[in-house]
Structures are given as C-alpha cells and as structure tokens.
Design a protein. Sequence first.
Length: 308
Amino acid sequence: MALPFDELSVREHGVRKGGSVVPAYDVSGHDTIDGRGRVLLLVHGYNNSVDVAERSFTTFVQSLQRLAGRPSLPWAVYGVHWPGDLPNKVLGTLAYGNKIAVSRHSAASLFNYLRQRHGPEGAPMSISIVAHSLGTRLTLELAEQFRAAAAASSAQIILERLVLMAAATPEFRVEDRGSLRPAVQFVRGVCVLHSTGDKVLQLAFPPGQTVGGDGFFPTAVGRYGQPARAWQQSAAMANRSGGRPKKYGHSDYWPGSESAAATAAFLGLPVAMELATNAIEEHDLPDATGIESREIGEREVAERNAFF
C-alpha cells in the first residue's frame, strides 16, 4: 500500500534497521522536494526502525487528514529517517548515549541537503517540522545550522514552525544561555507537547544523557514543557477518550488524537468542523392566566332628598 507521504533519509541506502549516517537523499530517487512551496517534515525518535517510523508517520498523517476532512494536506509531507537504532532492538535500547551524537550528525546531513533546495521558481521554501523524542534534538540542531548560515547566505529555506513531542532534549540546552536557545528564537514558532506520565523521559533519559556526556542527570523538555518562556505554545498531553484523563506515555504521541489536534491547530491546518444543529429547547407553557370572578354584594341606595 502506498504511503501517504514521501520520504527523505540519512540512513544507508536499503538499510531498514541500524546503519550509519550518509548524505541525505530522497528515497524515491527523484528529488521530489525541490520546487515545493510548503513542506512538513516528520522526524521519528530514538530506536525506531524504518518500518516502525513508517507506521507512526502513516497514523499521524491520517489523523491530520481526518481533522482536515480531506485526503490532501496543505503541505508536501515527508517522513525523515535517521539511524537512531541498532539492528538488535535490545542493544539499541542500551546504546542511547551514543545516539545523541548520531542525531547531531543526522541534522548536519539533512541541512546540507535542504540548503540546496528552494521553492517554486527559486522562491524560498517554507518548512515546518513535527518531531518526537530524540528526533527533537535532531530538529533543533538542524534549526541551529540554518540560523548560523542565515547571515552568510541568502535564505532559500524558511523554518516556519516546530512541534516538539516528548522532547528528549535537556532543558538546559534551551534555557536563556543554552546552546540551542538561538535556534528556538530563529524559528517563527515552537510548540511543545509534554507529559509527566512519560516514564521513558523520567527514568531513562537522565542517566542516558549523562552517559552520553550531555549534562548530569538533566530534565527533559518533554517532561514539564520547560522553559515555558521559550515557546509560543505548550500543552500537557492526556488521553481523554475514557472517563478519567490518562497522561501520555512516550509512545502515545504519533497515534494520539490529542497530539494530532494540538499540532493541527498550531500549524494552522484548516480543520473541518461539524456544525451542531441549533434547536430551541422545549418548555411547557404556563397555564393560561384566568381572572377570578367575584360577586359584588347588593346594597340599598338611600333615597335622595329633593329640593324645590
């Protein structure tokens, strides 16, 4: 079955699990992104194979299509693959610390590819990105490279909006003097979707970052959505389909209806709305008001004296 999006990759050709970072390429082989006006990139997180990422992207795109009420979206959509995993998933889970550097190398490869692209007839291309987990680090590193290059060359790429879901990026990196704060400020708008119910970010992220030499047991942006002043918008995610809201876990974002709706709203996706039928509530009319009858008692009228 055809995927509802195109694909870019910095993973070795033909490798669907693991592999190393290579120069970015269009998976179709036809450089279909060149000349596009508006592009939406989807970036998967840590320890995702190509197959897993494709399923996640497909579910998310279909959710956006349902919200829009039509199969076509206002962007050319591309799933981005990067080698954030290993062929053995168990070993891949233990290799998180090494993948922080891989996310940065992947960002550099994607930057070198995108910087050579442009919109219709040489006009700038507008790119928005939805990223998950360690893919948010890749995305912010990519934004930083575009920021650093902006002063040195005429911009053909405009980074419009970023949606960071379950961001496996340390808070200190985006604080006022953090290394990635300028990248956040360079983008026209950033939305952070977060959850304190995310056990991966609570338990695995701090030691993983420490092992990877990226802070000492830091807090992930995706836990509390901090620093709030850095973003245009942030929202705590919870599944509200049942009776009691359940906070999102790490893997709930791509399939979640709430995260899709928050993304659609932030990206300005025209959402199809079903207008409720207006009805006037029925009320019983009050009983008709009756005038109570009263009898007037009879009186004798005294005779009037006549004067002649």
